[in-house]
Ligand binder design. Structure first.
Ligand SMILES: Nc1ncnc2c1ncn2[C@@H]1O[C@H](COP(=O)(O)OP(=O)(O)O)[C@@H](O)[C@H]1O
Ligand SMILES: [Mg+2]
Length: 387
C-alpha cells in the first residue's frame, strides 16, 4: 500500500511550512505513521516545529534532506545522465560542484529520496513542504521534461522510457525492465519517472496555500492551472492569515472587509475545491503545541488523509484526450502536435505529452477549451502534422 502523499505549495511566506507541519502533526495525533520532509533547502521545518530532525513526536518523523550526501550517493547516475544531456547540447562535461547549480537539482535530489521513503512501507502519510510556487512547478514538471530529452538523447533509453511511461503502461500493461539491464543514466531517469508517478498517483494530492491578498490569489490561480497541466491533483486550498471579524477600529474593519471580498473571489476561482481557513493568530504558530492547535482546526469535519476525491486532470479515451485546466484562458492555451507528441501550452507553462500508441496514430480532428477542460478529439484518419 503506498502512503498518502500530501504536497503543500504556494507563494513565499504564505504559510506552506506552517500548514504542512500542522497537517503532519494532526496525522500523527490520529495514530498515522507520519513523515514530514521538505524540498526547500532552507530547513525551516525544524524551526517551525522547534525541534531537531528525527522522531519529533510519537509517530511523527522529521526528515531533513542532506543534499551533499544524497548527491554523492547518486553521483554516478547523475553524472552519466548529465553528460548525455550536455554533450547533446554541445557543452563539455560538468563537475559535481557545477551540477548543484543546475536549476532544480537540489529539489530533484530531495524527490529521489522521497521515492525511497515511499517505498519503505513504513509510513501511512508523507507530508512534503515544497519550495515556493515557481520552483515547485518546474521541479514537478522536471521528470517529464527530462523524459522528453532522454527519449531523444538515448537511443536505448528511448525504448525503456517508453516502457515505463505511465501512459503507455496503463494502456499496454507492460512492466518496466529490471534495474540490472539499465545503465546509471537510465536508472536515474527511471527514478525521476517513479517520483512523478508517485506524485501524480491516486494517493497523492497538492494543497494550495494562500493568503487573502490579490497578488497572492492571482498567483495561486495560475499555479492551479499549471499543476493541472502537469497532471497533479489539487484537492484543497488553505487560506491562511485570515483576520477574525470583530473589533471596532477602522483599520481592522477595512482589512476584514478586503479579505472577505478576496475569499469570496477565491471561492469562485477554486470551486469545487474546499477552502480551509486559518485565522491570523496572535502569535507565530511555532512549536509542536501551536502547530497541533492549527492542525486540529484546519480541516473541520473532513478527513484530510482520505484518498483524494478529485479526478486526475488528464483523461484518455479511445478517441479523446481531456485535460482539466481550471482558470485557463482560451487565449493563453495553445496546442501543437509533433509526431506522437502533443505540446500543450498554458500561459508560460508547457507540457510535452507522449501520446499513447492508440492515439499517436490518429489525426487530431478538433480541440476546444470549455468549462475549464481542454478536449482534443482524434479521428480515425492516420497521423499528420496538425495545429
Ligand atoms: N495563521 C498565522 N498566524 C500568525 N502567523 C503565522 C500564521 N501562519 C504562518 N505564520 C507565520 O508566518 C511566517 C511564515 O510562515 P511559513 O509557514 O514559514 O511560510 P512559508 O513556508 O510559506 O514561507 C512564520 O513565521 C509563521 O510562524
Ligand atoms: Mg516554508
Amino acid at each position: 500500500m503506498s502512503p498518502r502523499v500530501l504536497l503543500f505549495t504556494g507563494k513565499g511566506g504564505v504559510g506552506k511550512t506552517t500548514a504542512a507541519a500542522a497537517t503532519a502533526t494532526l496525522a500523527a495525533s490520529r495514530g498515522l505513521k507520519t513523515l514530514i520532509v521538505s524540498t526547500d533547502t532552507a530547513h525551516s521545518l525544524a524551526d517551525a516545529l522547534a525541534v531537531e530532525p528525527g522522531e519529533v513526536a510519537p509517530g511523527l518523523h522529521l526528515h531533513q534532506v542532506d543534499t551533499q550526501k544524497t548527491l554523492e550517493r547518486h553521483w554516478g547516475e547523475l553524472q552519466e545522465y548529465a553528460r548525455g544531456v550536455l554533450i547533446e547540447l554541445g557543452l563539455d562535461e560538468i563537475t559535481s560542484e557545477e551540477i548543484t547549480v543546475l536549476p532544480g537539482a537540489e529539489e530533484v535530489i530531495a524527490l529521489l529520496e522521497l521515492r525511497e521513503h515511499a517505498r519503505e512501507g513504513r509510513w501511512d502519510v508523507i507530508v512534503v513542504d515544497c519550495a515556493p510556487t515557481a520552483e515547485t512547478l518546474r521541479l514537478l514538471a522536471l521528470p517529464e521534461a527530462l523524459d522528453w530529452h532522454v527519449s531523444r538523447l538515448m537511443p536505448v533509453g528511448r525504448k525503456l522510457v517508453r516502457l515505463v511511461s505511465p501512459f503507455v503502461r496503463s494502456v499496454a500493461h507492460v512492466s518496466a525492465p529490471g534495474e540490472d539491464v539499465m545503465n546509471a543514466g537510465e536508472r536515474f531517469h527511471r527514478g525521476l519517472m517513479e517520483v512523478r508517478e508517485l506524485l501524480t498517483g491516486e494517493n497523492a494530492s497538492v494543497r494550495l496555500v494562500l493568503t487573502p491578498e490579490s497578488v497572492v490569489l492571482a498567483e495561486a490561480r495560475r499555479t492551479l492551472t499549471s499543476l493541472n497541466l502537469y497532471g497533479y491533483r489539487v484537492d484543497a486550498v488553505i487560506a491562511n492569515r485570515v483576520f477574525p471579524a470583530g473589533g471596532a477600529d477602522e483599520w481592522r474593519a477595512q482589512w476584514v472587509a478586503a479579505q472577505s471580498r478576496l475569499l469570496a473571489e477565491a471561492e469562485q476561482s477554486f470551486a469545487p475545491l474546499p477552502i480551509h481557513v486559518v485565522p491570523y493568530l496572535p502569535a507565530e504558530p511555532v512549536g509542536k503545541d501551536a502547530l497541533a492547535a492549527v492542525g486540529a482546526d484546519l480541516y473541520g469535519s473532513s478527513d484530510p488523509f482520505a484518498a483524494p476525491a478529485v479526478e486526475p486532470p488528464l483523461r484518455l479515451s479511445a478517441d479523446e484526450l481531456a485535460l482539466a485546466l481550471p482558470g485557463a484562458d482560451r487565449d493563453d492555451v495553445d496546442l501543437a502536435r509533433k509526431g506522437d507528441e502533443l505540446i500543450i501550452t498554458a500561459g508560460p507553462y508547457r507540457r510535452i505529452l507522449a501520446l499513447p500508441v492508440a492515439l499517436a496514430r490518429r489525426k487530431i480532428s478538433g480541440a476546444v477549451l470549455r468549462d475549464g477542460v481542454l478536449r482534443v478529439a482524434f479521428s480515425s484518419g492516420s497521423e499528420s502534422e496538425t495545429r
